[in-house]
Design a protein around this ligand. Structure first.
Ligand SMILES: Cc1cc2nc3c(=O)[nH]c(=O)nc-3n(C[C@H](O)[C@H](O)[C@H](O)COP(=O)(O)OP(=O)(O)OC[C@H]3O[C@@H](n4cnc5c(N)ncnc54)[C@H](O)[C@@H]3O)c2cc1C
Length: 558
């Protein structure tokens, strides 16, 4: 595909932008614009692999140094009617930062990356939006503090992105999601004015809505999850925790998914607060490797040699192949051909992976025949003996439903928790695609929704799931699916069909379509079904905070 290298932005408009942020910080050349053609939305990766680059390129990328420059940029965009796309680190997986209009400019906030304050007495921090999660956490840890927010993308995502996309970290059952941590945000709205989302940031408990002006004064939760459609977050005040000094981790194996979910529900409803709860369905447990094997290996060596796997949001090609090998072993064991088949699959090329993933119904049905063995990783963190008591109570409870595998699986998970799948390229090279869908629902609906989604897409993709954010009233289900197409058009058709069927099944089952990845572009067609009456509120907020409709148009709602 040949692309016109001529800058889209006129020289006059470019000069306007340079007058605001300085000449070095406005990028209009084709390579720079192509670099922002996609975030981590797998659909964009399919397009790129099919040599269809530049479909969503912006007209310019602008990098402001401070809030005042952001205000001026928004003022300029209002005057010129230019769409604006806020950009944190680009790790979003729903196309939240892609340009749908070739006039759009990306406002990349990574130059605004300072930790402004970290107060150990008040347990409060202030940060600029472009601060990368891992840099923030290191700076906090140095002071004996933590935010407690650990998305798997910690190394490649920003504070502004967490708030804008309503993110969840791996320790959400103890520390909450990002919306539980935020006290206040400074936001530049589409009117080019700066607002504080909370009435008084110095008042403890202000995030409960107990502000001086009553409920009308508290708008923090309206901006959390707004994905750049209502304003650009230029500063965040967040609650901190003292860095925990004790950690206790354990693995359990359950003979059925239902039993495991019942155990977790009981645990949460008893008021226990584990930091980490990750339950893998049968096939995801296979990919993770046998819990027992993993435990034995990890216990045998403090320097575990077990390869990273189960903690990844999506499996790599190698992990998926190994999982298929184990699946063959389990399901073909009775026929006496399991070992050769497993060896064959484990040594197989990516071509075999494409072929296998190209037979989704067969593999999904095989996976259903696997004798159920679901792996749970659970961990507690804290400062004193209270967590010993809590962990011991929890492990007794879980032991009534499943088998205690010891510390091994938990230690392994802890060690590899950020070994996330930056290894997916070979899968896309082989013509396969992988994507994830994180939804949530109440306990009585978890298994029906899980089954409904599996049935809805079983002919299109191979599907598996884990359950990694749990609450007293329900949990999130994190589906991973892998599909195949002979060429880019067929791959895209399968990809779109899968998403439509999966989201339709979630909406029909009364679940929520987004737990922590946000909505972006990929789920925007389903938002209205997710929240009855929500669209009217969104449109009203849009007319208040973005009357000209310049902020990230056609995201969240079409
Ligand atoms: C390997 C991998 C693992 C992941 N694991 C997790 C996980 O465990 N938990 C999780 O929650 N997510 C996860 N994600 C998704 C992603 O990391 C989150 O959505 C994250 O919050 C995005 O942050 P970002 O800085 O990259 O935002 P971006 O991708 O740059 O932007 C996301 C959205 O927020 C808007 N935005 C960004 N900054 C601002 C701002 N300052 N003001 C207003 N709007 C803004 C953008 O316009 C866009 O709509 C993962 C992604 C990958 C690739």
């Amino acid at each position: 595909m040949s692309l016109n290298p001529t800058p889209h932005l006129s020289p006059a408009l470019q000069r306007d932008l340079e007058a605001i942020v300085g000449p070095g910080w406005v990028r209009c050349q084709l390579p720079d614009r192509l670099a922002y053609d996609n975030d981590c939305w797998p659909r964009g990766i399919i397009l790129t692999r099919g040599r269809r680059v530049g479909v969503h390129r912006p007209s310019a990328v602008v990098q402001p140094a401070n809030e005042d420059e952001v205000v001026q940029l928004v003022g300029w965009a209002r005057q010129t009617g230019t769409p604006i796309i806020p950009f944190g680190a680009g790790s979003g997986v729903c196309g939240g930062t892609v340009a749908l209009d070739e006039r759009a400019i990306v406002i990349d906030l990574k130059r605004m990356d300072q930790l402004l304050e970290a107060d150990a007495e008040r347990l409060i921090m202030r940060a600029q939006p472009g601060l990368i999660g891992m840099n923030m956490e290191r700076a906090l840890n140095y002071r004996g503090l933590t935010l407690g927010h650990f998305p798997s993308s910690l190394y490649c995502s920003s504070v502004g992105g967490y708030l804008a996309a309503r993110s969840a970290g791996q320790y959400s059952s103890l520390y909450g999601k990002i919306e539980d941590m935020v006290v206040n945000m400074r936001v530049v709205t589409g009117r080019a004015d700066v607002i504080d989302s909370a009435a008084s940031v110095r008042r403890p408990g202000v995030w409960d809505g107990e502000s001086a002006g009553g409920m009308a004064a508290e708008s923090t939760q309206l901006f959390v999850g707004s994905e750049g459609t209502l304003g650009l977050i230029t500063e965040a005040t967040l609650r901190l925790q003292p860095l925990p000094s004790r950690q206790i981790y354990r693995g359990f194996q359950f003979p059925s998914l239902k039993g495991a979910l019942d155990a977790i529900r009981e645990l949460m409803q008893q008021g226990l607060r584990p930091a980490v709860v990750r339950l893998y369905d049968e096939f995801d447990s296979l990919i993770a490797g046998s819990g027992r094997k993993r435990a034995r290996k990890a216990e045998a060596s403090t320097l575990s040699t077990v390869p990273p796997g189960s903690n990844s949001p999506t499996p790599s090609a190698g992990e998926l192949l190994k999982g298929l090998g184990r699946l063959a072993k389990r399901t073909l064991g009775d026929l006496g051909v399991a070992a050769p088949v497993e060896r064959l699959v484990e040594r197989a090329s990516h071509e075999l992976l494409s072929r296998a993933v190209g037979q989704p119904l067969l593999i999904n049905r095989l996976a259903e025949r696997v004798p159920a063995q679901c792996l749970l990783v659970i961990g507690f963190e804290g400062h004193n003996e209270l967590i010993d008591a809590e962990a011991s109570f929890a492990f007794d409870l879980l032991g009534r439903y499943g088998v205690d595998l010891g510390e091994g699986p938990g230690k392994h998970w802890l060690k590899n928790r950020f070994s996330v799948s930056y290894k997916q390229s070979p899968m896309f090279d082989a013509g396969t695609f992988v994507d994830t869908m994180e939804v949530s629902t109440t306990w009585e609906n978890v298994l029906p929704l899980y089954e409904a989604v599996r049935r809805a897409v079983e002919r299109e993709v191979f599907i598996m799931a884990h359950f990694s954010h749990v609450y007293a009233e329900g949990c999130s289900i994190y589906f991973t699916f892998a599909g195949f197409g002979a060429d880019v058009d067929q791959t895209l058709r399968t990809y779109e069909l899968t998403w439509n069927r999966a989201l339709g099944a979630v909406a029909d089952a009364g679940g929520s379509i987004a737990h922590h990845h946000g909505v972006g572009r990929s789920k925007a067609a389903f938002t209205a079904r997710d929240h009855r009456g929500g669209e009217a509120l969104f449109r009203a907020l849009k007319s208040t905070y973005d009357p000209d409709g310049i902020l990230n148009p056609s995201k969240v709602y079409l």
